[in-house]
Design a protein around this ligand. Structure first.
Ligand code: SF4
Ligand code: SF4
Length: 174
């Protein structure tokens, strides 16, 4: 079944889903390069959900929502296969991430490789160029998110965690 954009109360989420409905990191299915490595996390690892996103997955076949013990945010566990229109936002933006920081009371966001993708995703490890349209849309989304306080707080918090992970694993942000 396809996704109905009106299902989220949050318009920023609706817009992000819409912008990344048919646009992916490469112009072809990058899963063919790596055997869809990022879909093979196993039962113990899930994708963190943006605030308000859990409504869609809570009663959806093939998905389990739970609290991520490390961050306290909702995360969704999948079976390793899904309809493309059902992908959570974390999967739509991977292997990039919307990094956010607060300065003088205002949130600034930008996109960069997700440090957690190193060692998993060949697009990061081999320096393959992303589709320009994918990057362009992700930048638009990062600006949309700057105006949503709940999403901003989530992204700021996660940006710290991911950056720490990057420092820990020797990965530097670009
Ligand atoms: S690991 Fe990277 S290349 Fe492979 S499917 Fe995921 S995003 Fe695409
Ligand atoms: S939800 Fe879909 S795209 Fe995301 S990890 Fe699971 S199978 Fe892959």
């Amino acid at each position: 079944m396809g996704y109905f954009f009106h299902e989220f109360k949050n318009e920023a989420l609706n817009k992000a889903y819409e912008l990344l409905e048919n646009v992916t990191p490469l112009k072809f299915d990058c899963g063919t390069l790596c055997g869809s490595k990022c879909c093979k996390g196993g039962d113990g690892s899930g994708m963190l959900l943006f605030p308000g996103e859990e409504i869609f997955f809570r009663h959806r076949n093939g998905f389990t929502v739970r609290k991520d013990p490390a961050t306290g945010y909702d995360e969704v566990i999948c079976t390793g296969k899904c309809n493309r229109s059902d992908r959570p936002l974390a999967c739509r933006i991977f292997p990039l991430f919307v990094y956010s920081v607060k300065k003088n009371g205002k949130t600034f966001s930008g996109i960069a490789p997700d440090t957690r993708a190193r060692g998993v995703c060949p697009l990061c490890d081999c320096g393959i160029n992303y589709s320009k349209e994918f990057e362009r849309r992700l930048r638009i989304i990062s600006k949309i998110f700057e105006n949503d306080s709940e999403i901003c707080n989530f992204l700021i918090d996660l940006s710290h965690t991911i950056t720490d992970f990057g420092a820990f694993s020797g990965t530097q942000l670009q």
